[in-house]
Design a protein around this ligand. Structure first.
Ligand code: FES
Ligand SMILES: [Fe+2]
Length: 395
């Protein structure tokens, strides 16, 4: 089903390629410059988007086995993701029930129990409080009520989504609007996590805009890779999530083939963004690989950081393949840091000097337009109306 959908998108890309057209939207849209630096707006985005929407906090490949865990900071919330004995993924606030200490330091690893560094209260990978140090001295408590605070969580398509609000009633499947079945075609559940590196950038939306735009490729990236891809994009969306294809006559050679014979690697090319903060791009070098870019707002409106998580279909097993993979990671860090984010950081400085009231997104930048519309919509939606918003978006 999702394969047929991928082929359908490729056929649309082919038709655009043949006709010399691209998927334009109706209007040029203006975005107020304040949206990128206003402190109140930024606080609202953190509270209503990052603290309420399901976020991609990890990949299956980072914690593949029972007992594996990942601890991280996500938009100011310390999160502990754990694969329990049954293999099921759970997510918790990384906070001890005794006096609130952080249970596990940031990073990934394997631990068959979580023991608090402060007074050694101990939890199972399923989040149950299993032991209290010097329990008789402490006094009697009902351990069954003192487990870790669980967060809504979903593992699908080899990707792990977590909602940072423990009381959220938003169904993560509804939020995904069927997009996870498309992402499932990558087969990431069985891939290997090779490397993660971090890049620092401007306001999270300036940074994210760059992942929704091929328009800049042959210009900003002319020295690195941009002339290979062209500057035109076709945007396909599932709820708030967007895939970027491009007009492509190259599909002609597959046109007469049954869907199953279209090459899946190429069908999965382009960029797959997951609202509000993820971009997945495929690349060669050291074997079949993806870079999952995970953006988070920084401490101020003018800052963000991006974890570049590299997954490979299989672990590079020779020195040559390892070196090739590492070269790719270095290259992608360079491109994002020195080209995209350096441009974004300089752009950011221009926005609050009073020179322009708005920036623009053209008819060829429908992906960015849609992203900003979704940001505005979510900011304006009350908690209780969120489930309905995504249910209606997926129909
Ligand atoms: S805060 Fe964790 S055991 Fe005391
Ligand atoms: Fe770029």
């Amino acid at each position: 089903m999702s394969r047929a959908q991928l082929v359908e998108l490729a056929r649309q890309d082919l038709a655009h390629g043949r006709n010399g057209t691209l998927d334009q939207v109706d209007e040029i849209v203006q975005i107020p410059v304040e949206n990128y630096f206003d402190q109140a707006r930024f606080d609202d985005e953190v509270a209503k988007i990052f603290r309420r929407m399901p976020l991609v906090l990890g990949a299956t490949a980072e914690l593949p086995n029972p007992g594996d865990y990942k601890a991280m900071d996500a938009a100011g919330v310390q999160v502990l993701i754990s694969r329990g004995r049954s293999g099921e993924i759970k997510a918790f606030v990384n906070m001890c029930s005794h006096r609130g200490a952080r249970l596990m330091p940031e990073g990934t690893g394997t631990a068959h129990k979580f023991s608090c560094p402060y007074h050694a209260w101990t939890y199972s990978p399923d989040g149950d409080l299993i032991a209290i140090y010097a329990a008789d001295d402490f006094g009697e408590v009902d351990k069954s009520c003192l487990g870790l605070t669980e967060l809504p969580c979903l593992e699908a398509a080899g990707i792990i989504w977590v909602t940072l609000d423990p009381n959220s009633t938003l169904d993560i499947e509804d939020f995904l609007s069927g997009y996870d079945s498309m992402l499932g075609e990558f087969g990431l559940a069985n891939w290997h996590h090779q490397h993660t590196q971090t890049v620092h950038g401007p306001n999270w939306k300036i940074a994210y805009d760059g992942y929704l735009d091929y328009y800049h490729l042959p210009i900003l990236h002319k020295e690195s890779f941009g002339t290979e891809i062209g500057n035109q994009a076709n945007y396909y969306s599932w709820g708030p999530h967007t895939h970027m294809g491009r007009p492509d006559k190259g599909w002609e050679k597959y046109e007469k083939l049954p869907d199953a014979d279209w090459p899946v690697d190429q069908l999965l090319g382009g960029v797959w963004t997951i609202f509000p903060h993820i971009s997945i791009a495929t690349f060669g070098g050291g074997g079949r690989s993806i870079m999952l870019s995970q953006l988070f707002p920084g401490e101020t409106p003018e800052t963000s950081y991006t974890n570049q998580i590299f997954l490979m279909e299989s672990a590079p097993d020779t020195d040559e393949l390892k070196a090739e993979a590492q070269q790719q990671f270095d290259f992608l860090k360079y491109v994002v840091q020195e080209e995209d984010y350096a441009t974004g950081i300089a752009l950011q400085k221009n926005l609050d000097v009073g020179a322009k009231s708005h920036v623009m997104f053209g008819k060829n930048e429908g992906g960015g337009q849609r992203f900003h519309q979704w940001v505005d919509t979510i900011l304006a939606t009350a908690d209780e109306d969120l489930p309905e918003l995504f249910k209606s978006a997926s129909n």
